[in-house]
Write a protein that binds this ligand. Structure first.
Ligand code: SF4
Ligand code: SF4
Length: 280
């Protein structure tokens, strides 16, 4: 990077995807390389599936923490609809890195009738390719699951980002190691390298994103974990599930009725007042 130049990286997603951790790691790598860094973040309703975004700006001297629309060098999106929402922040020639896996927001699941259509933007990839030049699309969750833990998908995405924000592998892995527990270091190192070594096919060869309702078919069936002892039987998770995956049992506890229909919208996990649900 030339003297006086500032690199603008916008990282966006929804609550629980690791956006803030990723931006902390990027800021740590920038500082370790001697750059001035400014970071700002918004995560108001993150625990309820709300939008989370962070601006990271680095260079020899950075005056403002905010990226204006049309000024972003890189947009790292953990969720495809968020990539679309924030794409106007990229400058011409900027790079978009986006995860393919959809997280359907609660407002898109308001129709509770069985098999009702989930309102979610379609044709996202095509729309982004029409607007932008350098678009790198991957299914970070699938890669993370192959490595053994879907929760390292944010580290896979950081690996892809590392090819655009060119710091040394050692600086990246050292910052990642410091941000995770010792027992998670090895899998995060492998996740980072999987993203860093990823090759991106030409646009016309890329697979289309699965619509939200068909997402389950392209994945392993969701593992819906409900802690019986934490469940107080309020039925919220059963009522909000757009796919009727959950039901109440005779003991007034929520149980899984049909995991194969789960679209991983995460509503049950986000809205359970007792944190009794985890969707993997
Ligand atoms: S929302 Fe939570 S507490 Fe309520 S029924 Fe479901 S699992 Fe139990
Ligand atoms: S089980 Fe949970 S994550 Fe799956 S579709 Fe129903 S509400 Fe969404």
């Amino acid at each position: 990077m030339e003297n006086g130049q500032v690199q603008n990286v916008l990282i966006v997603g929804v609550g629980g995807q690791g956006v803030l951790t990723a931006s902390d790691i990027l800021a740590t790598v920038c500082l370790a390389s001697g750059y001035d860094v400014k970071k700002s973040e918004v995560h108001g309703m993150a625990k309820r599936g709300g939008v989370v975004y962070t601006h990271v700006r680095y260079g020899r001297k950075v005056l403002s923490p905010l990226i204006e629309p049309g000024e972003g060098d890189v947009l790292l999106a953990f969720e495809p609809a968020e990539a679309l929402r924030w794409s106007k922040y990229l400058k011409p020639g900027g790079t978009l890195i986006t995860n393919l896996r959809q997280r359907v927001p609660p407002a898109s699941c308001l129709d509770r009738r069985p098999q009702a259509a989930v309102r979610y933007p379609q044709e996202i990839q095509r729309s982004l390719r029409q607007q932008l030049g350098d678009v790198r699309v991957l299914d970070a969750e699938s890669l993370a699951m192959e490595l053994g833990n879907p929760r390292v998908s944010n580290t896979v995405l950081l690996g892809v980002l590392s090819n655009v924000c060119e710091f040394s592998t050692e600086d990246w892995t050292s910052a990642i190691e410091r941000s995770v527990k010792p027992q998670a270091r090895e899998i995060n190192r492998r996740a980072f390298l999987a993203g860093r070594n990823m090759q991106f096919p030409a646009a016309e060869e890329e697979p289309a994103a699965a619509p939200a309702q068909e997402a389950a078919a392209s994945l392993a069936i969701a593992d819906i974990e409900i802690r019986e002892t934490w469940c107080k039987g309020c039925e919220i998770c059963v009522v909000v599930c757009p796919q009727n995956c959950l039901k109440m049992n005779d003991a007034k506890k929520a149980v899984v009725a049909d995991a194969s229909s789960c679209i991983r919208c995460m509503l049950c996990e986000w809205l359970c007042p007792d944190l009794a649900v985890n969707v993997h």
